[in-house]
Design a protein around this ligand. Structure first.
Ligand code: 3PG
Length: 397
């Protein structure tokens, strides 16, 4: 997959460059909880500044639904960027209108301007051509540095590319190169570990990887759907009823490539004081699970999954193995995190991704990160489904 990148732009001097970043970060009382996405955009920003371009940053934050809501303001991000980029960041409280236009007019080469949340306008999520056209009027060139939103056909991702020459930023290009390596020309055995809660968002990835990979290991609440398909009793554990039939058909046609947990940790309540009991999966037909829910994979599963990790030459991991936010339910996720990171740092090509997966890496202070850590959630999954994302299509050579 070959995409046009900013390295191919011949002359950037005095050009106004509209850079679509993904600064959709978690904020708590105005404090940014995780800065990785912002930090990764700095390389593209500094490159543009060095080439004497005028940098105009646009992003969304949260889902304000076309309304101006203070809690979704990008102002705290502008402050953070100001301190990180060692350049003053001019912030304007709208992404369109006369204030934005004036600020762009006054912007000098080598300066950074950040505009307010795109999703304060309805046109953004509607991929409205008029909204895109108005945004494009602010600049000479468009750069997409927001891989993690490329699965959304929104105005600042898709429609805008009709009005401006479009290029990929360095981080977006890096995401595409590394995720592409997971789908084409990869070494075998290839192993995917998919966890998390909602099978509805991951079933297509599981399907696609089952077609291509040697093993797909499923953990977290996702596995519950397969347990129900196998007529096991999962008590109060969460699952998605409408996906059980599909889970069953995947099990039947997976020819032993779909690997499920051998045992689980269960608890009565999702809190840190709740007692943990371990059950073998085979016993879930006879034990009384009425008051219990599955909160983590069990120790036998950890060792079983490790045997697949150990033999892999290509490995991808997305999604926790249980309710890892609660310390006592995080054993399985931490175990997988450590094993995947170590193996991917060593003999295998390894990629991990998704907000929760990064949170697990951070929490454990893993020093030797895998070959690549994607900051994308939904976009990574849709890429691994084998789709050409709406944000990537216009950047293809
Ligand atoms: C993400 O955090 O995955 C992206 O910023 C996309 O956000 P969205 O799911 O609100 O579109």
């Amino acid at each position: 997959m070959n995409i046009r990148t900013i390295a191919q732009i011949k002359n950037l001097k005095n050009k106004a460059v509209l850079v679509r970043v993904d600064y959709n970060v978690a904020l708590k009382k105005g404090k940014i909880m995780e800065t990785e996405r912002i930090d990764r955009s700095l390389k593209t920003i500094s490159y543009l500044l060095k080439k004497k371009a005028k940098v105009i940053l646009i992003s969304h934050l949260g889902n304000p639904g076309g309304k101006v809501l203070n809690e979704f303001s990008l102002k705290p991000v502008a402050h953070y960027l100001d301190s990180k980029s060692h350049k003053p960041v001019i912030f304007i409280e709208d992404c369109l209108g006369t204030k934005a236009q004036d600020a762009v007019r006054k912007l000098k080469s080598g300066q950074i301007l950040m505009l307010e949340n795109l999703r304060f306008h309805e046109g953004e999520e509607k991929n409205d051509p008029k909204f895109a056209r108005n945004l494009s009027d602010l600049a000479d060139i468009y750069v997409n540095e927001a891989f993690s939103v490329c699965h959304r056909a929104h105005a600042s991702i898709s429609a805008i590319t009709k009005y401006l020459p479009a290029y990929a930023g360095f981080n977006l290009a890096n995401e595409v190169i590394n995720l592409n390596k997971l789908l084409k020309g990869f070494k075998r055995p290839a192993v995917a570990i998919i966890g998390g809660v909602k099978i509805s968002t991951k079933i297509k990835v599981i399907e696609n990887l089952l077609r291509r990979y040697d093993y797909v290991l499923v953990g977290g609440a996702l596995a519950n759907n397969f347990f129900v398909a196998k007529k096991l009793n999962i008590g109060k554990s969460i699952f998605e009823k409408e996906y059980v039939k599909l889970a069953n058909s995947l099990l039947l046609k997976s020819k032993g490539k779909l690997i499920l947990p051998l045992d689980v940790r269960v608890a009565k309540k999702i809190n840190k004081t709740s007692e943990i009991i371990k059950f073998n999966i085979a016993d879930l037909v006879k034990v009384n699970m009425k008051n219990y829910q599955i909160v983590d994979i069990g120790p036998k599963t950890e060792n079983y999954f490790e045997s697949f990790i150990h033999q892999s030459k290509t490995i991808v991991w997305n999604g926790p193995m249980g309710v890892f936010e609660i310390e006592s339910f995080s054993h399985g996720t931490n175990f997988i995190c450590q094993k995947v990171s170590a193996h991917a740092k060593g003999p295998a090509f390894g990629v991990v991704g998704g907000g929760e997966t990064i949170a697990a890496l951070d929490k454990l202070k893993i020093k030797s990160w895998p070959d690549f850590v994607s900051t994308a959630g939904g976009a990574m999954l849709e890429f691994l489904e084998g789709k050409i994302l709406p944000g990537i299509k216009p950047l293809l050579k």
